[in-house]
Design a protein. Structure first.
Length: 198
């Protein structure tokens, strides 16, 4: 009983610390919303680190540095939008496109009745790092940056953290100079993560 009581006290005290760091990773269910792309989320992954600052009781901020891989597939209509021989390459015959981003979410942490469960909301700023089997090089068809909104939940257990969030892109990531179609291309993602809080 004494050990359990000490563990509970230490865990509760850790929640009130001004500054905490940690690591997280997990599934990244992403899609590119726009003409020429298949509807539905495709499985990718994300990993990175975070820092939490508890400003006042029940409220704090969290900054993260996250690498994520976003996957999508084109439809038959895509060739009418962007002419690329790479989609007919034998190594890419299923028309997969994978875009890798380095993202910086800046989130408000709002306690939901307990310091263990937090509502997270805020902006996310992303830079396109590289592509795999993309459109003759992602820089030709995709812009180098993206701005999105994030909303989700964070569960802090002793040492372990669990998170779920929805990310919706505000930016048209299509490079207008290289793509004939005028519709917007916007990123969306559902991230499910598990990590360690130090």
């Amino acid at each position: 009983m004494a050990v359990l009581g000490l563990t509970a006290f230490s865990s509760a005290h850790a929640q009130d610390r001004l500054l905490r760091f940690g690591f997280k990773g997990g599934a990244n269910l992403g899609k590119l919303d726009g003409t020429g792309y298949q509807d539905g989320f495709k499985l990718g992954y994300h990993l990175g680190g975070f820092a939490q600052v508890n400003l006042v009781k029940g409220f704090g901020v969290q900054g993260e540095l996250i690498f994520s891989s976003t996957k999508t597939k084109t439809t038959d209509k895509f060739s009418e939008i962007y002419n690329t021989d790479n989609l007919n390459d034998p190594d890419n015959n299923n028309k997969k496109i994978s875009l890798n981003y380095l993202s910086i979410p800046l989130l408000a942490n709002i306690n939901l009745g307990t310091p263990r469960l937090k509502l997270q909301v805020g902006p996310q700023f992303s830079a396109l790092l590289s592509d795999k089997n993309a459109l003759q090089g992602s820089k030709e068809a995709f812009k180098g940056g993206d701005v999105a909104g994030v909303a989700g939940l964070w569960l802090q257990l002793p040492i372990i953290n669990v998170s779920a969030r929805y990310i919706i892109g505000f930016t048209d990531v299509k490079n207008a100079g290289d793509v004939a179609n005028s519709s917007n291309w916007k990123n969306q993602a559902i991230q499910l993560g598990v990590g360690v809080t130090l």
